[in-house]
Write a protein that binds this ligand. Structure first.
Ligand code: PGA
Length: 242
């Protein structure tokens, strides 16, 4: 198994480790294609990347593809992932906005939007480095348990547990969208290199199942055991069951 596991003390050291890997990737290849994630987990990484940028790191040739977007939320909606990326990274570094891709959650033809997204990734030459968080149910992107490993970008019905987990970002649980567009498992597995980050005890079971459990669609992250180049960066609480 090629999984490289880095256990660190806490959220800040997890963020520092992951940011270092992203920094190294962009230094080696200034026109890197990054796969980006949202949620609480990567916030510290984006903060550090902004600090690196303020000290001279150049994003002008970088291309990014986000994992997912809620169906029905536009770029200005406070909880849309386009807005999240704008606030936490894109507006604070010198990335070319035309090279920041996120599925369009307002597309009239969602199926066509999924095909378009896969085609854009293909045209960019594939993803060099993909950043992933993990759901408490083992999801990666919004690929919920049961998603086929062969899936490309697709429309998903969010699991009840995901809606509950994400309700903290909305005024009430009724406002959490029930559908999203997500890069598929196959799309994620085609990334040349992957970093999976997790912080906190609520992720410990999912991390255990991803690393030591059977490779099964019941735990989408377990598919990463089959990827040739994965680095798991986890804090002690998330690693507590390993
Ligand atoms: P979180 O979400 O970073 O907000 O915990 C992770 C995920 O659901 O993939």
């Amino acid at each position: 198994m090629a999984m490289n596991i880095v256990v660190v003390a806490n959220f800040d050291s997890m963020s520092a480790e992951a940011a270092k890997i992203v920094y190294g990737q962009i230094m080696r290849k200034p026109n890197s294609v990054l796969g980006l994630a949202t949620g609480s987990t990567p916030l510290g990484v984006y903060k550090l990347l902004v600090e690196y940028h303020n000290r001279g790191m150049d994003f002008s040739r970088v291309t990014t593809f986000n994992l997912d977007e809620y169906v029905g939320l536009g770029p200005d909606h406070p909880q849309s992932y386009r807005r999240y990326m704008h606030e936490h990274l894109f507006s604070k570094v010198n990335i070319n906005p035309e090279r920041t891709f996120i599925p369009n959650g307002l597309a009239e033809d969602l199926e066509a939007e999924c095909r378009r997204y896969d085609e854009l990734i293909r045209q960019a030459g594939g993803i060099d480095l993909q950043i992933l968080g993990i759901g408490t149910n083992g999801h990666i992107g919004f690929n919920e348990p049961g998603t086929e490993f062969g899936s490309t970008t697709h429309v998903v019905d969010l699991a009840e547990s995901t809606i509950r987990d994400n309700a903290r970002f909305f005024e009430s649980i009724d406002q959490v969208p029930t559908r999203a567009i997500s890069m598929g498992i196959k799309s994620i597995m085609q990334a040349k290199e992957i970093i999976l980050m997790a912080s906190g005890g609520s992720k410990a079971d999912a991390i255990y199942a991803a690393v030591h459990g059977p490779v099964t669609t019941a735990v989408p992250a377990s598919v990463l055991q089959l990827h040739p180049s994965v680095t798991l960066v986890v804090d002690q609480a998330a690693a507590s069951k390993l």
